[in-house]
Each structure stands twice: as C-alpha cells, then as structure tokens.
Ligand binder design. Structure first.
Ligand code: PMP
Length: 360
C-alpha cells in the first residue's frame, strides 16, 4: 500500500494508526456484528465512544471543570453565527481581531445578525502577514473574538492578547491540540475537526458554563449551546463516525505524549521548512513575518511565479500532494498538522533545496 504525504489544508492528513484501527473494525465494531455507523446513538456501545472522546479532549487540553465540551455539527462556519447569537446580549458590543480571511468571515456573520461589533485591531493593511499587536478593546465588551491560526495566510498567535478580563473566544480550527491552553480569560474555543482532530463532520466547542446566562428566548433550540450541554451533545443524532475518528485520533495523540509531545515534533517539522525559505536567498519568500509564523500552515511564494506549476508537478512526482497555496495568497502552502510525520517535512525540505539548485 502506498501512503502519500498530504499537505492539504483540510480535510487533511490523519494518523495512519487511527485509519488502520478504523479499517480493522469497520464492519464489526467491538464484536457487535455492526459497524459503529450502524449503532444507535442511544446504546452503551456508542455512548462509550462518545463519552471517552469527551474525556480525551478534557484530558489532553486540561479543560477545567467550569467548562463544558460540546460536539456539534455545521462546521466552524456555523460557530461564526452561533457565537454572536448566543453570547452578544441585546445592544451590547463584541470585539473582533481581524488577522486574516477566517476572522473576516467570522465578523461578517455577526453583522448579518445585526449585532454590534467593533474591529479592535486588523492586520489587513499588511496583507495579513502578521497578527495585530496593538488593540483598541471596548470596555465591557461581551467578548473578544480571535482566530488563533489563520489557515489561509499561515499566521498564528504565539501569545493571546490581554483583554483585561473580557472573555476571549477562539476559532482554533486549524491549530487546536497543538499547544497548551491557558484557560484564564477563555470564554469559548471552537474548532472544526478536519485538521488536527479528525475528519470533517464534527465541531468541537468548549464553553465556560457561566456564558449560558446570556442566551435569549428567541434562539432556535438546535442553535443554543445550553441545549447540547444539557443533553451531553446527544440532543439529536450526533455524527457518530466523525466522533469515533476523533476518538482514535486523540488516542494516537495521547500515545505520542499529548500536547507536550506533539509540540516539540511540530516545532521541528516547521523549522525544517522555514529554514529552507530563510536560507534560499530570496528564491522563496515566506508570507508571514517570522514572529507570527504558523507551525501548522507554512505559506510561501516563489520569486519566479512561473516556476509554481513546475514546483507542484515535481512535488507530486515525489509523493507529495496539496501544496498549492490559496488563491488569495498565491504561491505554496504546506499544511503540516499534527498527523504529518516529520519524514514528510524532511522530504519537502530536501525537495525545496533541490528545486533551487535545478532552477536558480
Ligand atoms: N476557521 C478556520 C481557521 C478554518 O481554517 C476553517 C476551515 N478551513 C473554518 C473556520 C471553517 O470551517 P468549516 O469548514 O468546518 O466550516
């Protein structure tokens, strides 16, 4: 069997160990004679998977007791409206920090709802090559929304802003489970699973329980956080297979040392590629400023854009796919999420070096 190094931004590479385990029990889960997809979500057979997944998330991220963990659907994109719908009360105002394409999408949905929002900072004027470092926060804002890793631009916070006690809401879709979270001041974290946590179809939401008090009566039942919290995320049929895959992915993460283990590996992986960019004498140019470079999505352009299609074609011949950058940044994007083995990054770094030699 040939596995490929998949540098796609999402859906993205999954740990081989998790895929193999799923394959081995696909038609007969736990000797039940059924696949996990065919099991009622109201039976212990599924409930054990569900509760174990919640427990793994709590354990790996050290989630304190005052937070609930919810497993929802609708992708991170649905959190763009669920967050303001549930957490901005009446005429109150919420702050947004705009650091790239995904935070722009997040604020847009709050505005569609007619909510009052303030852009506390933006790095648009430098084409989102960094996260903002000075902020104009509203006193008594409902929350401050940030995007911890901008998947398209490849910029990532190394430290979250000090919001003076205002709860921070984090879209961590593309870097959850890659760093420890300091829970002080965190109101809510959300993430679509399809990068670091598993396949698409389930969205992880971690919410501080006191925030339910803000809900108003006109929010549809399915769109209230409290509905899912009260029912242990079993109010309606959950995406059982996606949750099962998150379970296997997190067991793999735990087996390699959890967050401290993966953090070290990810830093090494990112360094391999950024070093080639930095030592290329301008052949490659990183999109993000060094201080905000993402350890998840390495974005770079080629000095000669005419070489881009050649780069893609030759990388594919060397067993690497998904390197084409997003059209809004251009160039290349190497997504090197948790499940990307260090061998994939070594192969890419060597390829990039050889590509200079052959084309400079
Ligand atoms: N936020 C970020 C940072 C993302 O990278 C993505 C998806 N690439 C989303 C939100 C949207 O997620 P979904 O496709 O699950 O709605």
């Amino acid at each position: 069997m040939k596995r490929i190094f998949n540098f796609s931004a999402g859906p993205a590479i999954l740990p081989l160990q998790a895929l193999e385990k799923a394959a081995s029990e696909l038609v007969n889960f736990n000797n039940s004679g059924m696949s996990i997809m065919e099991v009622s979500h109201r039976t212990p057979l599924y409930e054990n998977v569900h509760n174990e997944t919640l427990q793994l998330i709590r354990e790996i991220l050290s989630v304190p007791a005052e937070y609930d963990i919810l497993l929802l659907q609708g992708g991170a994109s649905s959190q763009f409206f669920m967050v303001p719908m549930n957490l901005i009360k009446d005429n109150m105002i919420a702050d947004y920090v705009i650091s790239g394409s995904w935070s722009e999408k997040a604020i847009k949905e709050a505005k569609i709802l007619g909510k009052k929002v303030n852009i506390a900072a933006t790095s648009k004027e430098t084409n989102f090559d960094r996260v903002p470092s000075t902020f104009n926060f509203t006193k008594d804002a409902c929350y401050v929304h940030i995007t911890s890793n901008e998947t398209i631009q490849g910029v990532q916070y190394k430290k979250f802003p000090d919001t003076n006690g205002v709860p921070i809401i984090i879209d961590a879709s593309s870097d959850i489970f890659s760093y420890e979270i300091d829970w002080k001041n965190i109101g809510l974290i959300y993430a679509g699973a399809q990068k670091n946590a598993g396949p698409a179809g389930v969205t992880i939401v971690i919410i501080r329980k006191d925030l339910y008090e803000r809900e108003s009566d006109n929010i549809p039942t399915m769109l209230r956080y409290s509905t899912h919290a009260k029912e242990n995320s079993l109010y309606n049929t959950p995406p059982v297979f996606s949750i099962y895959m998150v379970n296997l992915t997190l067991k793999w993460l735990k087996s390699i040392g959890g967050i401290p283990g993966i953090k070290k590996i990810n830093e090494e992986k990112a360094k391999l590629i950024y070093d080639v960019i930095d030592q290329s004498n301008g052949f490659y140019k990183g999109h993000a400023v060094k201080e905000n470079r993402s350890t998840m999505n390495v974005t770079f352009t080629l000095k000669n854009p005419e070489l881009e299609s050649k780069f893609i074609k030759e990388s594919e011949a060397k067993n690497m796919v998904g390197l084409k950058g997003h059209r809004s940044v251009g160039g290349m994007r190497a997504s090197i999420y948790n499940a990307m083995p260090i061998e994939g990054c070594k192969l890419l770094a060597d390829f990039m070096r050889d590509f200079i030699k052959n084309n400079a």
